[in-house]
Design a protein around this ligand. Structure first.
Ligand SMILES: [Zn+2]
Length: 237
């Protein structure tokens, strides 16, 4: 009898979950409603962070909690990139894909906080608060995940992310470097740096430095910042 009861209860629970359309819950963040143009709130902010790597060529998506045309277009590009029905509305299918792409600490599955901070474990000592630096690094990683997917799901090798002033000085980084804010990522390894920097223009990186720019023949530097600055003369950029 007891076993029967448990089985019925389980079936009822499964039915409830399916009706609610919550797809799978996630250790990091779970969306509770379908989001579309006109909506606002923290759930929109959380969505924007995940699709910020899909703003279109030369653009950056504002993470402002307001679902406007740019967010709709970014959601659409995300959906297209993963073969989902592309309507610019974030519902169960979109959330399922995001859940599959993120770890319980909210980082995308192919990148970690540890690799974004080889300087210290506290995220302190930079140009912004530790919390802001870590949040900036998270946002940069989601753009990097989009870049990685666009390059054919090839592994990307990071060599530097957040730096305190001390770490930036030791690395010979520029004064006022984006690395002090946690917004910058340096990539080494493969694919070629020109392949990386060319594709990065589509994924929300407004600061791109690569081959031909002084000090950047051995890595690609990608960051988010308000004004665009791209320079990789050897790659035609
Ligand atoms: Zn750099």
């Amino acid at each position: 009898m007891f076993l029967t009861f448990v089985m019925i209860a389980s079936a009822a629970l499964v039915g409830t979950v399916a009706t609610a359309g919550t797809a799978q819950a996630d250790g990091c963040y779970t969306w509770n409603r379908t989001l579309k143009e006109g909506h606002s709130g923290n759930d929109v902010t959380q969505l924007q962070i995940r699709v910020a790597g899909y703003p279109g060529y030369g653009a950056q998506l504002a993470i402002d909690g307001k679902f406007g045309p740019a967010t709709k277009a970014a959601v659409k590009r995300f959906q297209q990139a993963y073969g989902l029905s592309a309507d610019g509305v974030a519902g169960p299918n979109t959330y399922s894909k995001i859940y599959a792409l993120q770890d319980n600490d909210c980082t995308p599955i192919h990148f970690t906080y540890a690799e974004m901070n080889r300087c210290n474990s506290s995220w302190s000592g930079g140009a912004v608060s530790a919390a802001t630096a870590k949040q900036n690094a998270l946002r940069a990683m989601w753009k990097l995940e989009a870049l990685r997917h666009a390059l054919g799901d090839r592994p990307l090798t990071t060599s530097s992310g957040f730096r305190s002033h001390a770490c930036n000085n030791a690395a010979g980084g520029a004064a006022g470097s984006n690395h002090l804010y946690g917004t910058a990522i340096d990539l080494t390894g493969s694919p070629s740096f020109c392949t990386i920097v060319k594709q990065a223009r589509y994924h929300g990186f407004n600061h791109i430095l690569g081959p031909g720019f002084p000090g950047h023949n051995d890595h690609a530097h990608l960051a988010g910042q308000s004004t665009r600055r791209w320079s990789a003369p050897s790659c035609g950029i």
